[in-house]
Design a protein around this ligand. Structure first.
Ligand code: C2E
Ligand code: CA
Ligand code: CA
Ligand code: CA
Length: 274
């Protein structure tokens, strides 16, 4: 969108051309990457802030491009959403994540990011049910992280699909909480279990207002009977502050960077998990 605005407000430059060339290449190559083992999932542990036990992990997509090197999901996911490729990509992520998580000790959960586009274009609940069935992962150990998006044209459909997912027994989290437009109405309108506080509220606390805002999000969520997970926890003082504020779970570089499925399995098999 920002790109389109820029193109309209000033003349077309060589820099614009190279952005477009890269996007065209990424779009074309992403389609092939799916079938060529260039895509994989990393997992970032999520901990219970009181006990510091690992209780789950978020699946994060990685793409090693043969010529361009690692491409960030922050770059290729929006592109895949634009072209609709996110539907096939999202299906692959769900199956792959459930498959790997089925080998983890119970009740460790896997959290999977779901694009709003997947709500619009496919029978998401059927895809999720298939992924659970073919992997053998119990529904209670799958959590879906859902982000608000201006691309969603039919909020009524999102609402209906969320109820279908709820009925399957999977857990639902609102991702990047606090950064969207209508976060507060979610509490009234949408069925979910967990509020995921965006890292911008967790990492950049410079004023007393920042502290009070973070505390207010946690308190509001808890009053609405939701658990909270803070992302972007980078140090012990932040972990301690969040615990004191009543936040349930934490995730961030302080506990662990995103790691390979293999390394996560090693971590989970240690007798005293961090
Ligand atoms: P997100 O869902 O908000 O994921 C959190 C991002 O913050 C991840 O970036 C993670 O590596 C990073 N992060 C985690 N802890 C820390 C920390 O302590 N400090 C800092 N500075 N960063 C931290 P990543 O892996 O680059 O993913 C970027 C975004 O791409 C994700 O943001 C998510 O929106 C999207 N994404 C990634 N994988 C998938 C996927 O499989 N499906 C969909 N639909 N989106 C995905
Ligand atoms: Ca997420
Ligand atoms: Ca976020
Ligand atoms: Ca996100």
């Amino acid at each position: 969108q920002a790109r389109a605005d820029r193109l309209q407000t000033r003349s077309f430059s060589p820099a614009d051309q190279s952005i477009l060339d890269r996007q065209r290449q990424l779009d074309r190559d992403l389609r092939r990457a799916l079938g060529r083992n260039q895509l994989r999932l990393n997992f970032q542990p999520q901990v219970d802030l009181k006990s510091r036990n690992v209780i789950g992990a978020e699946a994060l997509m990685r793409w090693d491009h043969p010529e361009l090197g690692p491409v960030s999901p922050a770059e290729f996911i929006p592109l895949a959403e634009e072209t609709g490729l996110i539907v096939d990509l999202g299906r692959w992520i769900l199956f792959e994540a459930c498959q790997q998580a089925a080998a983890w000790p119970s009740p460790i959960t896997v959290a999977v990011n779901v694009s709003p586009i997947q709500f619009q274009h496919v029978d998401l609940a059927a895809t999720v049910a298939n992924a659970l069935r073919s992997s053998g992962l119990p529904a209670s150990r799958l959590e879906l992280e859902i982000t608000e998006s201006s691309r969603v044209t039919d909020p009524g459909r999102v609402h209906a699909v969320m109820w279908q997912l709820r009925d399957l027994g999977v857990r639902l989290a609102i991702d990047d909480f606090g950064t969207g437009y209508s976060s507060l109405s979610y509490f009234r309108d949408l069925p979910f279990d967990l509020v995921k506080i965006d890292q911008s509220f967790v990492r950049d606390r410079t004023s007393a207002e920042d502290h009070r805002l973070l505390a207010a999000i946690i308190e509001l969520s808890s009053k609405m009977d939701k658990h909270t997970i803070a992302e972007g926890v980078e140090d012990e003082p932040t972990a301690r502050l969040l615990t004191e504020m009543g936040c349930t779970y934490g995730q961030g570089y302080y506990f662990s960077r995103p790691i390979s499925g293999e390394n996560l399995c090693k971590l989970l098999s240690q007798p005293h998990r961090q």
